[in-house]
Design a protein around this ligand. Structure first.
Ligand SMILES: Cc1cc2nc3c(=O)[nH]c(=O)nc-3n(C[C@H](O)[C@H](O)[C@H](O)COP(=O)(O)OP(=O)(O)OC[C@H]3O[C@@H](n4cnc5c(N)ncnc54)[C@H](O)[C@@H]3O)c2cc1C
Length: 369
């Protein structure tokens, strides 16, 4: 059972004892960039969450916030540009080429590294999605700069360096990482870790075009086709408004059905703690927490989950956390807004029945909206 207090584990602001003169040529690097992840016509919402964070960093540094959109010619790229402005970008860099139709590491890395080499951003942020992680790693390696993955906080130090904070030692401590010797400073952030900023419909601003300098013959990866995504049914977990999750306290794989029943009754997604995945009772894409999904629902109901720090970090952005646990001293009661000390195996069916009786399909939709 973890009793780590995240506040006391939080590192002190600033880099006491490791102050270092930043090299002169760092002054050539200015502005904050956010990669606008456009895949198959859709912008991943983590891009907007990052624009929200990027805006704060850019304002502190008194520089501009830019979006970077890479994709094939067409309507989607125009929509992505409009979205980037609506979520706070001052300008947008685009590389528009049919070679960028489906994500492939080489042309995307080439587009991004050419842009960086030409326009020299001081900070480059990407979503820690499957695509973003792949791209961030190869961009950082090609540019030979530092990359801090899966950050939970981003800030600016007194000398203007990016202070990128992320969990370490299994999530029991937070550490702040600086890229002192290289530019740009790169960081990835998982979906839902940062709040979604307000959308403001403002006119499209300055768009800077850049040509892609790679040809099909230079790209070893070819896209032959797409297979149906086994995870598409659960893709909504991170962005669901209501989530019900079960933990080891459910005692047996078949008891997860109680969680699923409640989720269905209230129009929610269902998830689980990590041991449920390790036991093979639930698929990994349903795991919530530090090594699973981060969620920010309006309502989170956790049944038979102890509330270990690695689970807590994935759910503490929820507006209302309801915990059901037999142990009144379970750590989850330290951060749940509402605690119910009882046997989940008996309580879940009763709760499901009560909701089913009271909620018409119309009211259920209202609960989830
Ligand atoms: C590097 C690392 C990463 C990790 N990442 C994650 C992660 O992403 N997500 C995650 O969840 N965990 C993660 N963990 C594991 C984490 O530390 C905990 O072990 C895990 O969250 C515990 O899962 P649990 O609460 O389901 O089980 P337990 O800790 O065993 O808790 C079960 C709870 O159920 C209660 N209970 C028992 N019977 C009943 C009943 N009948 N009715 C109601 N309550 C009952 C018990 O009182 C207990 O509180 C990670 C660990 C490490 C080291």
């Amino acid at each position: 059972m973890s009793t780590v207090n995240r506040e006391t584990a939080r590192p002190a602001a600033g880099r006491a004892g490791i102050k270092k003169e930043l090299p002169d040529h760092f002054k050539d690097y200015r502005h904050v960039w956010v990669f606008i992840e456009l895949e198959r016509g859709q912008v991943h919402p983590v891009s907007f969450e990052l624009l929200g964070e990027g805006r704060k960093l850019a304002d502190k540094l008194e520089v501009q916030l830019a979006g970077v959109v890479l994709g094939p010619p067409g309507e989607a790229i125009g929509n992505a540009i409009a979205d980037a402005f609506a979520y706070g970008a001052d300008l947008v860099y685009i590389v528009e080429a049919s070679l960028l139709a489906d994500y492939r590491n080489e042309p995307y890395t080439k587009a991004m590294t050419d842009l960086v080499a030409t326009h020299k951003p001081e900070i480059l942020l990407l979503g820690a999605t499957t695509l973003g992680r792949d791209l961030a790693g190869s961009v950082a390696t090609t540019l030979q700069t530092g990359l801090t993955a899966d950050c939970t906080e981003l800030d600016v130090d007194t000398d203007g360096s990016l202070a990128a904070t992320r969990p370490t030692f299994g999530g029991s401590l937070l550490c702040t990482i600086y890229t002192l010797n290289y530019r740009p400073q790169m960081a990835t952030v998982r979906p839902r870790v940062m709040p979604m900023p307000q959308r403001a419909d403002k006119p499209v601003g300055r768009v800077i075009q850049h040509k892609l300098s790679i040809t099909e013959d230079e790209i070893v990866t070819k896209v032959l086709g797409f297979l149906p995504d086994s995870q598409s049914a659960t893709a909504n977990l991170a962005y669901a408004d209501v989530v019900v999750a079960g933990g080891l306290g459910l005692g047996a794989a078949e008891n997860l059905q109680l969680v699923k029943n409640l989720a269905r009754a209230i129009g929610a997604e269902y998830g689980c703690s990590r041991p449920m995945v390790q036991k093979g009772w639930v698929s990994a894409d349903r795991q919530i927490g530090q090594t699973g999904k981060t969620i920010r629902p309006k309502l989170y109901i956790a049944a038979g989950i102890s509330g270990a720090i690695q689970h807590r970090v994935g759910v503490e952005g929820a507006d209302l956390i309801v915990a059901i646990n037999v142990d009144p001293n379970a750590p989850i009661f330290d951060f749940a807004h509402l605690g119910i000390v009882t046997d989940a195996i008996r309580f879940l069916p009763a709760l499901t029945e009560a909701f089913t009786r009271r909620l018409s399909p119309h009211n259920r939709d209202k609960l989830a909206s």
